[in-house]
Design a protein around this ligand. Structure first.
Ligand SMILES: *Cc1c(COP(=O)(O)O)cnc(C)c1O
Length: 227
């Protein structure tokens, strides 16, 4: 984080994030194309999504169905744009979520998977996995993964793409490493290719540990507190 982050333009922030991703890929012997930059636009208005789309970004993460519902009319038709739900989803909002998003990254129960499948809309699915920490409210515990994976794979309309995880918050990106490592081991054990992990402060660690999607908000758009 640089001191002038707040005054940096979006183009400058994007360039800085891109170079961090490129450096982490190079260090890990991975091609840049193996990591998707997911721009997390929660709290920001539709114009911010449009700016990011104009800069070439196509994948956007939002946390709340209701918030995105109000933004979607302005941005849903941007060519090539894909919207990922990365916040917790209650099953009573699953139909609306299926209509608004192309990717649901936070499936954590067979019941939610069933509800999404019942929408009849083809969806890319990731399972949010809850690793060993007590403050995590949501996510599928590793022991319940086999059952959830089986149920998603047996349902129509759902394409299981991988696992998503969010370690407990810490300033120190090294604190995230064991969680990222565990998520990767689980993905490998269950033959899943996609791994959504890493945010503004720990994207390098996540890429070193195998992330295929990094979810970046603050480093691209500045602090959400200013909005
Ligand atoms: C807000 C959020 C992010 C982005 O976090 P930053 O630290 O702003 O990059 C990533 N993932 C999830 C699940 C989030 O809720």
């Amino acid at each position: 984080m640089t001191a002038n982050l707040v005054s940096a333009t979006f183009a400058e922030r994007l360039e800085a994030v891109e170079s961090r991703i490129a450096a982490a890929c190079a260090r890990s012997g991975r091609p840049r194309s193996s990591v998707l930059l997911l721009a997390v636009t929660k709290v920001f208005p539709p114009a911010v999504i449009e700016d990011a789309w104009n800069a070439g970004l196509r994948d956007f993460g939002e946390n709340y169905v209701q918030e995105f519902e109000s933004k979607a009319p302005s941005v849903a038709a941007l060519p090539g744009a894909r919207f990922h739900l990365i916040g917790h989803l209650q099953s009573n909002k699953s139909r609306r979520a299926a209509e608004l998003f192309q990717v649901i990254q936070t499936v954590d129960t067979p019941k939610l998977a069933r509800r999404l499948a019942e929408s009849g809309i083809p969806l890319d699915i990731m399972i949010e996995v809850k690793l060993s920490h007590e403050d995590a409210k949501y996510g599928c515990p590793p022991a319940a993964l086999p059952e959830l994976i089986d149920s998603i794979r047996s349902l129509p309309n759902l394409a299981l793409r991988g696992l998503m995880t969010m370690p407990p918050w810490s300033d120190d990106p090294e604190h995230s490493r064991p969680f990222f490592r565990e998520a990767r081991a689980l993905a490998e054990r269950h033959h899943l290719d996609g791994l959504s992990m890493g945010m503004s402060h720990d994207l390098e660690t996540a890429i070193e540990e195998g992330a295929t999607i990094v979810r970046i908000g603050t480093a691209l758009f500045g602090s959400r507190k200013q909005v």
